[in-house]
Design a protein around this ligand. Structure first.
Ligand code: FES
Length: 118
């Protein structure tokens, strides 16, 4: 009973405001998908590693987000809390489809959700 990584289409780039985020519910919990001023997209678990603050409501600056609760700064690239604080939040792979501006999110699907293999 392993995990099968796969990409799930979640929406379009234009659904997300620049320097903002939108949330996706997944079997792994809520995931925040961020769009930066430079038009990059990143996905992190929507739960701050400090005390569970909603990162999707944080302030996006550069390729980082500042948690709205206690201002820890977290890298959107790898989910690592920036110094002097420490910690990490889970990050997810995204794939942009330029033809349709669709965003695909790689999450793990377990065999409990249906087909064990395709
Ligand atoms: S909950 Fe995010 S910094 Fe405290």
């Amino acid at each position: 009973m392993g995990h099968l990584p796969r990409f799930v289409r979640i929406g379009h780039l234009d659904d997300i405001p620049r320097r903002g985020a939108r949330c996706v519910n997944s079997p792994l919990g809520r995931i925040a998908v961020f769009r930066t001023e430079a038009n990059e997209v990143f996905a992190l678990e929507d739960r701050c590693p400090h005390r569970g603050g909603p990162l999707s409501q944080g302030i996006v600056h550069g390729a980082a987000v500042t948690c709205p609760l206690h201002n820890q700064v977290i890298s959107l690239r790898d989910g690592l809390v920036q110094g002097p604080d420490t910690g990490a939040v889970r990050s997810f792979q995204l794939r942009l489809d330029p033809a349709t501006l669709a965003i695909e999110l790689e999450i793990e699907a377990t065999s409990a959700y249906g087909q064990a293999a395709e």
